[in-house]
Design a protein around this ligand. Structure first.
Ligand SMILES: O=C(O)C1CCN(c2ccc(-c3cc(CO)ccc3Cl)cn2)CC1
Length: 321
Protein backbone atom coordinates (compact mmCIF):
# COMPACT_ATOMS: atom_id res chain seq x y z
CA UNK A 1 0.00 0.00 0.00
CA UNK A 2 1.45 3.34 -1.02
CA UNK A 3 0.71 6.80 -2.39
CA UNK A 4 -0.74 6.68 -5.90
CA UNK A 5 -1.28 9.82 -7.98
CA UNK A 6 -4.89 9.33 -9.13
CA UNK A 7 -5.22 12.59 -11.12
CA UNK A 8 -3.25 15.72 -11.99
CA UNK A 9 -4.36 19.22 -13.10
CA UNK A 10 -3.05 22.72 -13.66
CA UNK A 11 -4.49 26.22 -14.13
CA UNK A 12 -2.99 29.53 -15.22
CA UNK A 13 -4.70 32.94 -15.44
CA UNK A 14 -5.68 34.07 -18.94
CA UNK A 15 -3.58 37.25 -19.21
CA UNK A 16 -0.40 36.44 -21.14
CA UNK A 17 2.52 38.90 -21.01
CA UNK A 18 5.09 38.32 -23.71
CA UNK A 19 8.68 39.53 -23.25
CA UNK A 20 8.13 42.37 -25.74
CA UNK A 21 5.44 43.85 -23.48
CA UNK A 22 7.95 44.05 -20.60
CA UNK A 23 10.27 46.25 -22.68
CA UNK A 24 7.64 48.98 -22.25
CA UNK A 25 7.98 48.76 -18.45
CA UNK A 26 11.74 48.38 -17.99
CA UNK A 27 15.04 48.42 -19.81
CA UNK A 28 15.19 44.86 -21.12
CA UNK A 29 14.79 42.99 -24.42
CA UNK A 30 13.09 39.86 -25.69
CA UNK A 31 16.49 38.65 -26.89
CA UNK A 32 18.14 39.10 -23.46
CA UNK A 33 15.30 37.38 -21.60
CA UNK A 34 15.11 34.43 -23.99
CA UNK A 35 18.84 33.76 -24.17
CA UNK A 36 19.48 34.20 -20.42
CA UNK A 37 16.37 32.49 -19.03
CA UNK A 38 14.58 30.63 -21.84
CA UNK A 39 11.38 32.53 -20.96
CA UNK A 40 9.20 33.87 -23.80
CA UNK A 41 6.01 34.73 -21.88
CA UNK A 42 4.31 34.41 -18.51
CA UNK A 43 0.69 34.39 -17.22
CA UNK A 44 -0.42 37.03 -14.71
CA UNK A 45 -3.63 37.52 -12.71
CA UNK A 46 -5.97 40.45 -13.31
CA UNK A 47 -8.62 39.97 -10.65
CA UNK A 48 -7.79 36.48 -9.31
CA UNK A 49 -5.62 35.63 -6.31
CA UNK A 50 -3.73 32.50 -5.24
CA UNK A 51 -6.78 30.76 -3.72
CA UNK A 52 -8.71 31.17 -6.99
CA UNK A 53 -5.94 29.42 -8.94
CA UNK A 54 -5.74 26.64 -6.34
CA UNK A 55 -9.53 26.18 -6.35
CA UNK A 56 -9.55 25.71 -10.15
CA UNK A 57 -6.98 22.91 -9.75
CA UNK A 58 -8.84 21.26 -6.85
CA UNK A 59 -12.17 21.38 -8.71
CA UNK A 60 -10.53 19.90 -11.83
CA UNK A 61 -8.99 17.05 -9.78
CA UNK A 62 -12.35 16.15 -8.18
CA UNK A 63 -14.04 16.38 -11.58
CA UNK A 64 -11.52 13.99 -13.15
CA UNK A 65 -11.88 11.47 -10.32
CA UNK A 66 -15.67 11.73 -9.94
CA UNK A 67 -15.13 11.96 -6.18
CA UNK A 68 -17.23 14.07 -3.84
CA UNK A 69 -15.27 16.65 -1.81
CA UNK A 70 -16.44 14.83 1.33
CA UNK A 71 -14.08 11.97 0.43
CA UNK A 72 -10.98 14.12 1.00
CA UNK A 73 -9.04 13.65 4.26
CA UNK A 74 -6.53 16.48 3.69
CA UNK A 75 -5.69 19.46 1.46
CA UNK A 76 -2.11 20.77 1.41
CA UNK A 77 -1.17 23.89 -0.57
CA UNK A 78 2.49 24.77 -1.12
CA UNK A 79 2.75 28.53 -1.64
CA UNK A 80 4.98 31.51 -0.85
CA UNK A 81 2.28 33.94 -2.08
CA UNK A 82 -0.97 33.30 -0.14
CA UNK A 83 -3.98 35.62 -0.31
CA UNK A 84 -3.76 36.09 3.49
CA UNK A 85 -1.61 35.17 6.46
CA UNK A 86 -4.88 33.62 7.61
CA UNK A 87 -7.01 31.94 6.43
CA UNK A 88 -4.56 29.70 4.56
CA UNK A 89 -5.07 29.10 0.83
CA UNK A 90 -5.75 25.44 1.69
CA UNK A 91 -8.48 26.45 4.16
CA UNK A 92 -10.03 28.78 1.58
CA UNK A 93 -10.07 25.91 -0.93
CA UNK A 94 -11.51 23.53 1.69
CA UNK A 95 -14.32 25.96 2.39
CA UNK A 96 -15.12 26.60 -1.27
CA UNK A 97 -15.10 22.86 -2.07
CA UNK A 98 -17.22 21.99 0.98
CA UNK A 99 -14.61 19.34 1.83
CA UNK A 100 -15.88 19.18 5.41
CA UNK A 101 -13.90 16.02 6.31
CA UNK A 102 -10.55 17.42 5.20
CA UNK A 103 -8.01 19.16 7.40
CA UNK A 104 -6.19 21.83 5.36
CA UNK A 105 -2.96 23.78 5.69
CA UNK A 106 -0.36 25.69 3.65
CA UNK A 107 3.36 25.03 3.62
CA UNK A 108 6.06 27.45 2.51
CA UNK A 109 9.28 25.95 1.09
CA UNK A 110 9.26 28.39 -1.85
CA UNK A 111 10.23 26.61 -5.11
CA UNK A 112 10.72 23.28 -3.31
CA UNK A 113 7.25 23.54 -1.75
CA UNK A 114 5.51 20.97 -3.92
CA UNK A 115 8.12 18.28 -3.14
CA UNK A 116 7.98 19.09 0.60
CA UNK A 117 4.16 18.88 0.46
CA UNK A 118 4.10 15.61 -1.49
CA UNK A 119 6.49 14.02 1.02
CA UNK A 120 4.20 15.12 3.86
CA UNK A 121 1.19 13.66 1.98
CA UNK A 122 3.09 10.38 1.58
CA UNK A 123 3.75 10.29 5.33
CA UNK A 124 0.07 11.05 6.06
CA UNK A 125 -0.99 8.18 3.80
CA UNK A 126 1.57 5.79 5.29
CA UNK A 127 0.21 6.64 8.75
CA UNK A 128 -3.46 6.16 7.95
CA UNK A 129 -4.93 9.00 5.87
CA UNK A 130 -6.67 7.62 2.78
CA UNK A 131 -6.96 10.45 0.25
CA UNK A 132 -5.97 14.08 -0.29
CA UNK A 133 -5.08 16.90 -2.64
CA UNK A 134 -1.59 18.44 -2.93
CA UNK A 135 -1.35 21.77 -4.81
CA UNK A 136 1.46 24.19 -5.67
CA UNK A 137 -0.12 27.63 -6.25
CA UNK A 138 1.51 31.05 -6.70
CA UNK A 139 0.68 34.63 -7.63
CA UNK A 140 4.29 35.89 -7.76
CA UNK A 141 3.22 38.92 -9.83
CA UNK A 142 2.16 40.64 -6.58
CA UNK A 143 5.69 40.13 -5.16
CA UNK A 144 7.53 41.57 -8.15
CA UNK A 145 8.77 45.15 -8.63
CA UNK A 146 7.63 45.56 -12.24
CA UNK A 147 10.38 48.09 -12.87
CA UNK A 148 13.23 45.85 -11.65
CA UNK A 149 14.51 44.12 -14.78
CA UNK A 150 16.67 41.66 -12.78
CA UNK A 151 13.59 40.00 -11.27
CA UNK A 152 10.42 41.15 -13.09
CA UNK A 153 11.30 39.18 -16.22
CA UNK A 154 11.64 35.88 -14.32
CA UNK A 155 8.35 35.21 -12.54
CA UNK A 156 4.76 34.22 -13.38
CA UNK A 157 1.47 33.07 -11.82
CA UNK A 158 -0.04 29.58 -11.89
CA UNK A 159 -1.13 26.47 -10.02
CA UNK A 160 -0.83 22.72 -10.41
CA UNK A 161 -1.66 19.74 -8.28
CA UNK A 162 -2.43 16.06 -7.78
CA UNK A 163 -5.08 13.91 -6.12
CA UNK A 164 -3.31 11.20 -4.13
CA UNK A 165 -4.65 8.05 -2.47
CA UNK A 166 -3.27 5.13 -0.46
CA UNK A 167 -3.86 2.00 -2.58
CA UNK A 168 -2.40 -1.46 -3.16
CA UNK A 169 -0.49 -0.96 -6.41
CA UNK A 170 2.97 -0.59 -7.89
CA UNK A 171 2.57 3.19 -7.77
CA UNK A 172 4.36 4.64 -4.78
CA UNK A 173 6.99 7.09 -3.49
CA UNK A 174 10.34 5.27 -3.82
CA UNK A 175 12.55 7.82 -2.00
CA UNK A 176 12.78 11.47 -0.99
CA UNK A 177 15.44 14.04 -0.01
CA UNK A 178 14.46 17.38 1.52
CA UNK A 179 17.30 19.77 2.40
CA UNK A 180 17.42 23.35 3.71
CA UNK A 181 20.30 25.84 3.68
CA UNK A 182 18.89 28.61 5.91
CA UNK A 183 22.25 30.29 6.36
CA UNK A 184 21.96 31.34 2.69
CA UNK A 185 18.33 32.46 2.98
CA UNK A 186 19.10 36.14 2.36
CA UNK A 187 20.18 35.30 -1.22
CA UNK A 188 16.51 35.19 -2.26
CA UNK A 189 13.88 37.20 -0.33
CA UNK A 190 10.33 38.44 -0.98
CA UNK A 191 7.29 39.65 0.95
CA UNK A 192 8.90 41.01 4.10
CA UNK A 193 6.30 42.75 6.31
CA UNK A 194 7.27 45.62 8.63
CA UNK A 195 7.49 44.66 12.35
CA UNK A 196 5.81 47.85 13.63
CA UNK A 197 3.58 47.71 16.73
CA UNK A 198 2.10 50.13 19.27
CA UNK A 199 5.40 50.11 21.16
CA UNK A 200 7.93 50.78 18.45
CA UNK A 201 9.84 48.30 16.20
CA UNK A 202 11.79 49.56 13.20
CA UNK A 203 12.02 46.96 10.41
CA UNK A 204 10.71 48.28 7.08
CA UNK A 205 8.51 46.25 4.75
CA UNK A 206 10.38 44.79 1.76
CA UNK A 207 7.51 43.46 -0.34
CA UNK A 208 9.37 42.67 -3.57
CA UNK A 209 11.72 39.90 -4.75
CA UNK A 210 15.39 40.52 -4.19
CA UNK A 211 17.74 37.88 -5.55
CA UNK A 212 21.47 37.29 -5.74
CA UNK A 213 21.11 35.57 -9.10
CA UNK A 214 24.68 34.35 -9.34
CA UNK A 215 24.53 32.81 -5.87
CA UNK A 216 21.23 31.02 -6.54
CA UNK A 217 22.49 29.88 -9.92
CA UNK A 218 25.61 28.22 -8.47
CA UNK A 219 23.62 26.86 -5.50
CA UNK A 220 21.24 25.13 -7.92
CA UNK A 221 23.92 23.75 -10.24
CA UNK A 222 25.65 22.18 -7.22
CA UNK A 223 22.83 21.12 -4.89
CA UNK A 224 20.24 19.82 -7.36
CA UNK A 225 22.46 17.05 -8.81
CA UNK A 226 23.60 16.19 -5.27
CA UNK A 227 19.99 15.85 -4.08
CA UNK A 228 18.90 13.82 -7.12
CA UNK A 229 21.89 11.46 -6.87
CA UNK A 230 21.28 10.97 -3.11
CA UNK A 231 17.59 10.18 -3.70
CA UNK A 232 18.37 7.76 -6.56
CA UNK A 233 20.78 5.95 -4.23
CA UNK A 234 18.18 5.87 -1.42
CA UNK A 235 15.78 4.22 -3.92
CA UNK A 236 18.45 1.63 -4.82
CA UNK A 237 18.21 2.80 -8.43
CA UNK A 238 20.62 4.09 -11.06
CA UNK A 239 20.23 7.48 -12.79
CA UNK A 240 19.46 5.54 -15.99
CA UNK A 241 16.35 4.05 -14.29
CA UNK A 242 14.72 7.50 -14.15
CA UNK A 243 12.44 8.05 -17.15
CA UNK A 244 11.89 11.79 -16.67
CA UNK A 245 13.39 14.50 -14.45
CA UNK A 246 10.68 17.09 -13.73
CA UNK A 247 12.66 20.03 -12.39
CA UNK A 248 11.52 23.38 -10.97
CA UNK A 249 11.22 25.65 -14.04
CA UNK A 250 13.31 28.59 -12.83
CA UNK A 251 15.65 29.05 -15.76
CA UNK A 252 16.19 27.03 -18.94
CA UNK A 253 19.96 27.39 -18.82
CA UNK A 254 20.17 26.09 -15.28
CA UNK A 255 18.23 22.97 -16.29
CA UNK A 256 20.61 22.47 -19.23
CA UNK A 257 23.59 22.88 -16.86
CA UNK A 258 22.15 20.33 -14.41
CA UNK A 259 21.44 17.77 -17.17
CA UNK A 260 24.90 18.22 -18.66
CA UNK A 261 26.56 18.03 -15.24
CA UNK A 262 24.84 14.70 -14.63
CA UNK A 263 25.67 13.52 -18.17
CA UNK A 264 21.99 12.84 -18.89
CA UNK A 265 20.31 13.57 -22.24
CA UNK A 266 18.34 16.84 -22.29
CA UNK A 267 15.27 14.90 -23.52
CA UNK A 268 14.93 13.50 -20.00
CA UNK A 269 14.67 17.08 -18.63
CA UNK A 270 11.52 18.45 -20.31
CA UNK A 271 10.90 22.19 -19.88
CA UNK A 272 7.99 24.62 -20.22
CA UNK A 273 9.67 27.65 -18.63
CA UNK A 274 9.28 29.40 -22.04
CA UNK A 275 5.50 29.55 -21.54
CA UNK A 276 5.11 30.26 -17.81
CA UNK A 277 8.30 31.73 -16.39
CA UNK A 278 9.20 30.78 -12.85
CA UNK A 279 5.98 29.91 -10.93
CA UNK A 280 7.84 28.69 -7.81
CA UNK A 281 5.92 25.85 -6.07
CA UNK A 282 3.52 25.58 -9.04
CA UNK A 283 6.16 24.91 -11.68
CA UNK A 284 6.72 21.17 -11.09
CA UNK A 285 3.01 20.19 -10.85
CA UNK A 286 2.17 22.30 -13.94
CA UNK A 287 4.89 20.57 -15.98
CA UNK A 288 4.05 17.14 -14.51
CA UNK A 289 0.39 17.54 -15.54
CA UNK A 290 1.32 18.68 -19.06
CA UNK A 291 3.60 15.64 -19.47
CA UNK A 292 0.87 13.26 -18.25
CA UNK A 293 -1.83 14.85 -20.41
CA UNK A 294 0.39 14.67 -23.55
CA UNK A 295 1.44 11.06 -22.91
CA UNK A 296 5.09 11.92 -22.20
CA UNK A 297 4.64 10.38 -18.75
CA UNK A 298 2.71 7.10 -18.57
CA UNK A 299 1.78 4.57 -15.88
CA UNK A 300 4.79 2.57 -14.73
CA UNK A 301 7.28 5.37 -15.40
CA UNK A 302 9.85 6.24 -12.73
CA UNK A 303 9.82 10.02 -12.28
CA UNK A 304 12.12 12.33 -10.29
CA UNK A 305 10.53 15.62 -9.15
CA UNK A 306 13.07 18.22 -7.99
CA UNK A 307 12.47 21.71 -6.61
CA UNK A 308 15.08 24.28 -5.54
CA UNK A 309 15.08 27.94 -4.47
CA UNK A 310 14.00 30.13 -1.61
CA UNK A 311 14.98 29.13 1.91
CA UNK A 312 17.31 28.14 0.44
CA UNK A 313 15.80 24.73 -0.11
CA UNK A 314 16.11 21.65 -2.30
CA UNK A 315 13.55 18.84 -2.51
CA UNK A 316 13.65 15.62 -4.57
CA UNK A 317 10.99 12.90 -4.77
CA UNK A 318 11.22 9.74 -6.88
CA UNK A 319 7.84 8.18 -7.67
CA UNK A 320 6.75 5.13 -9.55
CA UNK A 321 3.80 6.72 -11.38
O1 LIG B 1 21.88 35.41 -17.02
C1 LIG B 1 21.72 36.26 -16.12
O2 LIG B 1 22.32 37.33 -16.03
C2 LIG B 1 20.73 35.93 -15.03
C3 LIG B 1 21.45 35.09 -14.00
C4 LIG B 1 20.53 34.79 -12.84
N1 LIG B 1 19.29 34.15 -13.30
C5 LIG B 1 18.62 33.35 -12.43
C6 LIG B 1 19.23 32.94 -11.26
C7 LIG B 1 18.50 32.13 -10.38
C8 LIG B 1 17.22 31.76 -10.69
C9 LIG B 1 16.40 30.98 -9.75
C10 LIG B 1 15.34 31.60 -9.12
C11 LIG B 1 14.57 30.92 -8.20
C12 LIG B 1 13.45 31.61 -7.50
O3 LIG B 1 12.33 30.85 -7.62
C13 LIG B 1 14.80 29.57 -7.93
C14 LIG B 1 15.87 28.92 -8.57
C15 LIG B 1 16.67 29.63 -9.47
CL1 LIG B 1 17.98 28.80 -10.21
C16 LIG B 1 16.67 32.18 -11.88
N2 LIG B 1 17.39 32.96 -12.74
C17 LIG B 1 18.58 34.80 -14.41
C18 LIG B 1 19.51 35.16 -15.56
Amino acid sequence: RGLRIQASAHYVPNRVVKNAELTQLMDTSDEWIQTRTGIRQRHVVIDENTSDLALHVATDLLGQSGLSAHRLDFIIVATMSPDYQTPSVAAQVQGELGATNAFAFDINAACSGFEYALKIANDLINSGSQRGIVIGAEVLSKLVDWHDRTTAVLFGDGAGGVLVEGVESNSRVLATDLATFGASGQKLTAGKMANGNAFGANQQAQPFFQMDGRAIYSFAVRQVPASIELTVAKANLMLADIDKFVLHQANGRIIERVAKGMDIAAIKFPTNVANYGNTSAASVPILFDELVKTGQITRGDTIALAGFGGGLTVGTIIIKY
